[in-house]
Ligand binder design. Structure first.
Ligand code: UDX
Length: 427
């Protein structure tokens, strides 16, 4: 099939490259000229494991352009993958979706299936349809569909190729046929719904997952007070197949560009529909409290933070990404700096991005350099690299052998045996 993807962010680029890998001809469109120029030269704007190889492999089937008008001519399916960032109110900003829709409507000369893949509020499909109806040349037909994406950063290619489900929200048989045909090579259940339900599935899924994380973090706090171990409790809960073991990893909370943004947006959507969703507010509150809890642990370990040197391992909101958006590390580091602490930090991927966000930090070449002369070492992202550290060596570099592990990557007993003063979360 011939596909146009508008927006070459994480979702757009990965979908584009993966659709090409499935044998389709894909045109990726973005108004950022530098990004498109780089992509034409095979240079990726994001870090995602395996993406560079897949881009290189599928070059003959991929084209990049800045022009929607040119880009959509040949395509029969157009995916809208542009950003829907939060406004200060928390509502999703849909102005780019609107302007892209107008451009599609004005540029099309034959039937197009317009698919929203960006995370959008429920009933955006209706708005896209109404907007297009007023703009397309008479006699031309089109369909609108919703096909939400559930990619995790760092595992995005695997997730695209091996999804738990493919959700297709459609109103016509023609649209259903095109999309089921497109996804045929992927072995996964296809759930065909109406457009509104497909749109809601995305926000409901992300909100449920965020709720699961805040739930286990709330239990972790109780564990700390009661002398229980959150890992044992999580395992005990997760073995009930109705609950499941995933997303029960306690820590400093969730970040990234999806959960925090989608949670707020979903709360706003529900509010506008007259359904107050206060549970999600509680989820956000617990998430914020985990960062404060972490800082309290640092204070408990070091007492006054003024002029203390704190080593930070991990800045990205999770491993295998350079993404710093809404990373818990940002708030935690800023709280520590406010108390007068000096920060030395290392992250395998996120440092170039972090340098634009976090100032007055000594960025180091590796974990051992971070530990050198530090009063304590804080783990904020669970990179594999940190799990295999030579802890005796780390200890020899630290001013005092204190580790505050915000992601529970080390075993408490082992750390105590090695002579560390060790703090984890919920144990
Ligand atoms: C998420 C959804 O998983 C994905 O389906 C959706 O399309 C986009 O949002 P992503 O933001 O890439 O993906 O990361 P994810 O792996 O889900 O982790 C999100 C955050 O939750 C991270 O900060 C992670 O550290 C945190 N997390 C996750 C926990 O704190 N505990 C867990 O048990 C799981």
């Amino acid at each position: 099939m011939k596909i146009a993807i508008i927006g070459t962010g994480h979702v757009g680029l990965i979908s584009g490259v993966c659709f090409a890998e499935l044998g389709n001809k894909v045109l990726c469109i973005d108004n950022d000229e530098e990004k498109i120029l780089n992509l034409k030269n095979g240079k990726l704007p994001i870090f995602e494991p395996g993406l560079q190889e897949l881009l290189d492999k599928n070059k003959p089937r991929l084209t990049f352009t800045t022009s929607i008008k040119e880009g959509i001519q040949e395509a029969n399916i157009i995916f809208i993958c542009v950003g829907t960032p939060p406004k200060p109110s928390g509502d999703a900003d849909l102005s780019t979706v609107e302007s892209v829709t107008i451009q599609i409507a004005k540029s099309m000369h034959d039937y197009k299936l317009v698919v929203e893949k960006s995370t959008v509020p429920v009933r955006t499909g209706v708005k896209i349809k109404q907007l297009m109806e007023g703009k397309v040349k008479s006699g031309l037909s089109f369909d609108v569909a919703s096909n939400p994406e559930f990619l995790r950063e760092g595992a995005a290619i695997y997730d695209f190729m091996h999804p738990d489900r493919i959700v297709i929200g459609v109103e016509t048989v023609r649209a259903k046929k095109i999309l089921t045909e497109l996804y045929k090579p992927i072995k996964a259940p296809i759930l065909v719904t109406d457009i509104e339900s497909a749109e809601l599935i995305k926000h409901a899924s992300n909100s449920f997952l965020a709720t699961k994380i805040s739930f286990i973090n709330a239990i972790a706090k109780i564990c700390e007070q009661a002398g229980a171990n959150i890992e044992q409790v999580a395992r005990g809960i997760g073995l009930d197949h109705r609950i499941g073991p995933e997303f029960l990893q306690a820590g400093i909370g969730f970040g990234g560009f999806c959960f925090p943004k989608d949670l707020r947006a979903f709360r706003k959507i529900a509010e506008k529909l007259g359904c107050e969703f206060s549970l999600l507010h509680e989820v956000e509150k617990i998430n914020e409290s985990m960062k404060k809890l972490f800082v309290t642990k640092v204070e408990e370990a070091l007492w006054n933070l003024s002029n203390k040197t704190i080593g930070i391992l991990g800045l990205a909101f999770k491993p295998d990404t350079e993404d710093m958006r809404y990373a818990p590390s940002i708030d935690i580091i800023q709280m520590l700096q406010k108390e007068g602490a000096k920060i030395r930090a290392y992250d395998p991927q996120a440092m170039p991005v972090a340098k634009n966000i976090l100032k007055d930090i000594e960025y180091c070449k590796g974990p051992y350099e971070v530990a050198e002369g530090a009063d304590c070492l804080c783990i904020l992202t669970e990179w594999e690299e940190f799990k295999g550290l030579d802890l005796d060596r780390i200890k020899s570099f630290l001013k005092s052998p204190v580790i505050i592990d915000g992601r529970n990557i080390f075993e408490k007993e082992k750390m105590l045996k090695l002579g560390f003063t060790y703090y984890g979360i919920g144990r």
